[in-house]
Design a protein around this ligand. Structure first.
Ligand SMILES: [Ca+2]
Ligand SMILES: [Ca+2]
Length: 189
């Protein structure tokens, strides 16, 4: 076979092998990685549950049913930032009188994904006559839970008992403001 024929045969062979998809065998190992990072959320919200002295119900509208409250106790949750958790809570007690009691639980629940702790708290009380609540209201509280670590889906609970005593004056009023700040549990001052 002369050189031209040999070259032509080789070229045809390579072309045929190319068309057939032939390749020299080689071993391989394929590695891959994808990454995703997100940060947790710090989120806490109020919840509230209470009972009012059963004797508070009378038949005030004359319909034959003892189902009308004399003192009105109401509450409203506020989700001002629209994240689905209640960071605000408004409570009203109207038309209270001696012997009325309200018994319940005020909860702060961790609705976020990382543990939280109470950072700062403040309470302010104003009323008229000034200081009437010191004699006019009996308050018992019991804190359940650790304010330094509230785990996700866990709560800090305040069991309370409020009793309007015989010393509660007529036409008195009281406003209470409570502010709480929570931070992630490992925050340092
Ligand atoms: Ca009624
Ligand atoms: Ca909210």
């Amino acid at each position: 076979m002369d050189t031209k024929k040999l070259a032509a045969t080789f070229a045809i062979l390579m072309l045929a092998l190319g068309i057939a998809g032939f390749a020299y065998a080689h071993w391989y190992e394929y590695l891959w990685l994808t990454g995703e990072v997100n940060t947790g959320s710090l989120c806490l919200e109020w919840s509230l549950d209470y009972d009012v002295w059963p004797g508070n119900l009378k038949d005030l509208d004359g319909d034959g049913k003892v189902d009308d409250p004399v003192a009105i106790v109401k509450h409203e949750f506020v989700d001002g930032d629209g994240d689905g958790c209640y960071e605000g809570l408004k409570v009203w007690v109207w038309n209270a009188y001696p012997s009325l009691w309200i018994n319940g639980t005020l909860d702060v629940t961790n609705c976020g994904t990382i543990p939280a702790k109470l950072w700062t708290s403040s309470i302010s009380i104003e009323g008229k006559p000034d200081g009437w609540w010191k004699e006019g209201i009996e308050l018992k509280t019991k804190l359940v839970g650790n304010p330094n670590q509230i785990d996700p889906d866990k709560s800090l609970c305040l069991n309370f008992y409020i009793h309007f005593t015989q010393n509660a004056p007529e036409n008195a009023y009281l406003t209470i403001r409570i502010d709480l700040t929570f931070v992630e549990w490992n925050a340092v001052p």
